[in-house]
Structures are given as C-alpha cells and as structure tokens.
Design a protein around this ligand. Structure first.
Ligand code: FES
Length: 147
C-alpha cells in the first residue's frame, strides 16, 4: 500500500514538474526577459528608431527666410535661405501669451504686440524685455523634430 502511494506521489510530482516547465517556457517565450528586444518601426510610428523627439512639421512647410508657428507644441520654427532650421519657444516672455503670427520678419505676440526678431528671438518692439528662449530641434529626412 505504501508502495502504491509512493508510486502515485511520484507520478503526481512528475506531472506537476512537467506542467511547471511548460508554463515557464510559455512565459519566457512571450516576454523579453533580457531587455534586448530591438525596437521596431511600429514602436514609434516614424519608421526608424534613430533619434527621439516629436515631429513638429515638414521642412517644406517652413518658408525659406521665414517661419512657422506650431501652436500645439508652443514652438516657432525658423528657416534661413537654406535648410538650416532654428526654433524658439512660442511663449511670449512678457506675460506668457502664445505668439500668433510672423509679419515682416518678426514674430508677433497678439496680447500686447511684442515683436521678436525671427533670426535671434530678441525683442525688438513692445513690452517684452527678454528674448524668446531657443528650442533644440533636429531635421531628420524631410521633417523637423524636437531633439
Ligand atoms: S504677453 Fe506677449 S506682449 Fe504681452
């Protein structure tokens, strides 16, 4: 009798061990326990894992010698005559309104009509006394990203 119990216990123990092995394999196969799983294009939506940042605009949307206000990102993108792109915060340094237009080479705040130089962000008219802070951006391919 004790031999039967012992054999039954042995069989039950073997079944439990085999089941645990299968569960462990399934868990390991469905996760990346090493953390070395490569990023995929679908992970960031931009087709590449080079660099990071948020896409702000297409380069072609920034007029040469002009600028583009990306209000949702609170960034003013500027472009010289080449493809070199600069950027400033779109938050006015006077009282924090978002600048709203670019006129005659100047970035204009609608609240109290401060105007900032498009190339340097320096205030040139109105009550703002400090320049628009620069923002780091990067051109990758045909698009401009925060960097
Ligand atoms: S907040 Fe921009 S000029 Fe006053």
């Amino acid at each position: 009798m004790s031999e039967g119990l012992s054999r039954r216990s042995l069989l039950r123990g073997g079944a439990i061990t085999a089941g645990a092995g299968v569960v462990g394999y399934v868990v390991a196969a469905s996760s990346d326990a090493t953390g070395t799983k490569p990023a995929t294009a679908a992970a960031n939506g931009y087709g590449s894992d080079e660099g990071t940042g948020t896409r702000l605009a297409a380069l072609r949307d920034i007029p040469a010698g002009g600028g583009l206000i990306v209000a949702e990102a609170k960034v003013v993108l500027t472009r010289g005559e080449s493809d070199e792109v600069g950027a400033f915060s779109a938050t006015c340094t006077h009282q924090g309104c978002t600048v709203a237009s670019i006129e005659d080479g100047l970035i204009v705040c609608p609240c109290h009509l401060s105007r900032f130089d498009l190339a340097t962000g320096a205030p040139v008219a109105g009550p703002a006394g400090r320049p628009l802070p620069p923002v780091a951006v990067a051109v990758r391919g045909d698009d401009v990203y925060t960097s």
